[in-house]
Design a protein around this ligand. Structure first.
Ligand code: TRP
Length: 464
């Protein structure tokens, strides 16, 4: 990594630090990395069954509405704060607040985000570990089951049996993420994303085509897309919002962080629209990769969740022609999706440590303690994840707390901050947002619909 450039004032005195911000080397990296963050376990096992639970096609419409009117404006706001502030969520918000001449205390919204990222990582790493374990099982042929009890036993002995097995896989998962993050923004994140994302799309495409050819596409689309408006209650609205926030990686600063590394010249508006479209498409495509073969093999998709992906699918692969190949593709897809999401949760935490350990006057530590920070974060995440693995209740608590409360709260605060307190400096980092109708719509949504919508959904949840 090049040494930061240090400037000198003409009049002498203390030279100001002018270390140039680190930016991605390639134009496509922001879109790839943000899509990598968005596309994750949330798309592949959560979306299909949440959709089916809440009325199929009717829920899909609701979800699309949430993405378009609540999430896209917020994504733009988040990424723009990052590009304007060029630091961890906390530093970016502080810098933008200073420029706007408003309270520096807004930076605590960034701190909340960093904490949320840490909390999500805690339980996400557990499922990441399962994905890694099953990728290995798939390679060795052990992810093709023919007996229901044996398939259930396999999952139970990974998750409930010995903490040793589950703990080892979880540690391996966290270590993989830590190695990427520790290698740096360009050499670690950018380089790995460039490999992981194309691979992810190739695997997904293969799985969808295969599933539509050998599977029962008609039964799957009846399950996924039938309109059942009777199931569309208030809890469906809450579920649609929670799912949209979680799936688009909103509300904790992941997009702010990746926006901070985005070159000035690229269109943020186009990038954000592309990421939202890709993420939503992957969610629907995952349903099409899973359900046609589930139905064709005479399986019951049941309540979905972990058991769908880690038990039912192994039984499907046991019966399917080319089962080994499909199993390998499926679990590696899951693993790639999990790793590329987890690094976006880890980077804000590590960036925060890196910048707070950057001793500005000492040249040798101008880069901050990124490696040491990564090690500390990885170890702490592993401890939390081990707790989650051991105590199922703690896993669920962190899951619910972060998705249903911390993310929407973060989103709400960012909307108010950008909408009312720091519109100008944030807008300046979105030159691609044309004046006129687009800008007006964005501001109106951000100022009123997003905060009021989140509050209404919170209240509805409390009352309901
Ligand atoms: N979006 C990812 C998924 O669908 C999870 C994720 C990654 C995330 N980064 C995030 C969720 C930031 C919330 C906030 O699995």
């Amino acid at each position: 990594m090049p040494a930061p450039v240090r400037g000198r004032t003409r009049s002498g005195g203390t030279p100001p630090v002018t270390d140039k911000p680190i930016v991605w080397q390639h134009d496509a990296t922001f879109v790839l990395a943000a899509t990598g963050s968005a596309v994750g376990l949330g798309n592949i096992w959560r979306f299909p069954y949440v959709l089916a639970e809440h009325g199929g096609g009717a829920f899909l419409l609701l979800y699309l509405l949430m993405v378009a009117v609540m999430c896209v404006p917020l994504m733009l706001a988040e990424a723009a704060v990052g590009r304007a502030g060029r630091g961890s969520p906390m530093a970016s918000i502080k810098a933008v607040a200073e420029r706007a001449g408003t309270f520096p205390h807004w930076r605590w919204v960034g701190a909340l985000g960093i904490l949320t990222g840490f909390v999500i990582l805690g339980f996400y790493s557990v499922v990441g570990g399962w994905s890694m374990a099953y990728s290995w099982y798939a390679l060795t042929g052990a992810a093709q089951q023919t007996d229901v009890a044996a398939a259930q036993q396999q999952f139970a002995s990974l998750t409930g049996g010995s903490l040793l097995a589950e703990g080892a896989w979880l540690l391996a998962f966290v270590a993989a993420c830590g190695l990427i993050i520790g290698a740096g923004i360009v050499k670690g994140i950018e380089r790995s994303i460039k490999v992981m994302m194309p691979a992810l799309f190739v695997l997904l495409l293969f799985l969808v085509v295969n599933s539509l050819v050998v599977g029962d596409a008609a039964a799957a689309s009846a399950y996924l897309f039938s309109f059942d408006f009777s199931k569309l209650g208030w809890d469906a609205v809450l579920a649609a919002m929670g799912q949209a926030f979680f799936s688009l990686s909103l509300g904790m600063g992941a997009l702010m962080m990746y926006g901070a590394y985005m070159p000035e010249t690229l269109s943020l508006r186009r990038a954000v629209l592309l990421v939202a479209t890709l993420d939503t498409s992957v969610a629907v495509l995952s349903g099409l990769a899973i359900f046609p073969i589930v139905f064709a093999m005479g399986m019951d998709p049941g309540s979905g969740g972990p058991s769908l992906v880690f038990v039912t699918m192994t039984l499907v692969f046991g019966k399917l022609p080319l089962g080994w190949l499909v199993a390998v593709a499926f679990f590696f897809l899951l693993l790639l999706a999990a790793v590329s999401s987890a690094i976006s949760l880890m980077e804000p935490v590590v960036a925060f440590i890196t910048e707070s350990t950057r001793l500005r006057q000492l040249r040798e530590s101008a880069q901050g303690l990124r490696r040491e920070g990564t090690l500390a974060v990885s170890l702490s995440v592993a401890v939390v994840a081990l707790f989650c693995a051991h105590y199922g209740g703690f896993f669920d608590l962190l899951d619910q707390l972060s998705a249903n409360y911390m993310l929407p709260t973060g989103g709400l605060l960012v909307a108010v901050f950008v909408g009312f307190y720091a519109t100008k400096p944030v807008e300046e980092s979105i030159p691609s947002l044309p004046e006129g109708a687009w800008r007006t719509a964005w501001l109106l949504l951000l100022r009123y619909l997003v905060p009021l919508g989140i509050l209404a959904i919170f209240l509805g949840g409390l009352l309901g």
